[in-house]
Design a binder for this molecule. Structure first.
Ligand SMILES: Nc1ncnc2c1ncn2[C@@H]1O[C@H](COP(=O)(O)OP(=O)(O)OP(=O)(O)O)[C@@H](O)[C@H]1O
Length: 308
């Protein structure tokens, strides 16, 4: 059963159509929702939570009808909003316990769940300090913890990497992957960065101007390419020269050599060259296409404002 099934969802505000006849179904797993600012991602999430009635169309979340069963949806779905919503004067522990109580957990269970969840998102001693003194990364973790505290089946994460530096972004993406794989919670995560969704998502839905552009498994975007990435401990350039002399099409890229596969013999030539030069092979793998390469094709429109 799909976790989300929307049919003909349309949302018209007085001056703008935020969603335009959107029909999409997504299966359990980690799903990315990508679109430029204003594409309609947050509006879609509010509608799916049963908080905003659409102008027309209908949808179910976990098999529950958004029009009639919004409260039951919100019992089973966690929500990490994009906007800043944390009170500065209370600690992460107080806030997340409060959110757990709001979801109906009794006091002891609320405290236990809050402590577990804050640990899972990587907040330890600092969870007793007021949120006002937290970094952006710590605040994002608190928002994530409150979305998970009632043990939902599905979480909606609206732009969770916003405002984070590259290291913070990597940590947040790892956390999202763990939510999906270790905790078995389905995730709908929005972003305007295709590259980061490709790293964690199994499926990506792309919307533009409130319309569906694509809904596809990441694997379908990232089919195996005809290129090998080879990494050796030392002697990258020696290996490159050696292979080039044997007619292999090879070029350096960072720590790696990138080699066009001309057939099975390419693998043999690399193996023999590594042995002849007495190098240590760290990796040799067939490269997969990246989602953004799909959009590098001028025939495939990339939504304006979406960063590859
Ligand atoms: N309550 C509202 N009243 C009027 N217009 C709105 C309202 N909420 C959203 N919109 C408009 O609907 C469009 C879609 O907004 P939405 O917030 O869903 O986009 P988004 O993809 O989430 O972008 P962002 O990442 O910037 O939030 C925008 O043009 C926005 O200005």
């Amino acid at each position: 059963m799909p976790i989300i099934a929307a049919t003909g969802l349309t949302m018209r505000f007085p001056r703008v159509t935020a969603l335009d006849d959107l029909t999409v179904a997504v299966e359990p797993g980690i799903v990315g929702l990508v679109g430029a600012n204003g594409a309609g991602k947050s509006t879609l999430i509010k509608i799916l939570l049963g908080l905003l009635p659409p102008t027309s169309g209908h949808a179910t979340v976990l098999g529950l009808d958004i029009a009639r069963e919004g409260a039951r949806i919100r019992e089973r779905v966690g929500f990490m909003p994009e906007y800043e919503c944390l009170p500065p004067d209370v600690s992460a522990t107080e806030f997340v316990v409060h959110m757990a109580r709001m979801c109906g957990l009794p006091p002891t269970a609320a405290r236990e769940r809050a402590a577990d969840t804050l640990r899972h998102v990587g907040l330890y001693e600092e969870r007793y300090r007021p949120i006002g003194g937290y970094s952006t990364g710590m605040r994002q973790r608190v928002k994530l913890a409150q979305a998970l505290v009632h043990d939902p089946q599905l979480v909606f994460l609206d732009e969770p990497t916003n405002g984070l530096d590259p290291a913070g972004r990597d940590e947040m993406l790892d956390l999202i992957r763990r939510i999906g794989t270790e905790f078995g919670i389905s995730v709908l995560v929005t972003s305007h960065l295709l590259g980061e969704l490709e790293r964690v998502c199994e499926h990506v839905v792309i919307i533009d101007g409130g319309r569906l552009l694509r809904s596809q498994a990441v694997e379908a975007y990232t089919a195996a390419s005809g290129v090998l990435t080879v990494e050796v401990e030392e002697g990258r350039d020696d290996l490159g020269r050696h292979l080039h002399a044997q007619g292999v099409s090879v070029r350096p890229e960072g720590r790696f050599l990138v080699i066009d596969i001309a057939g099975e013999s390419t693998y043999d030539l690399i193996r023999d060259a590594v042995a002849d030069l007495e190098l240590r092979l760290i990796r040799m793998e067939q490269r997969r296409h990246r989602i953004e390469e799909v959009f590098a094709d001028p025939a495939v429109p990339v939504p304006e404002g979406v960063t590859r």
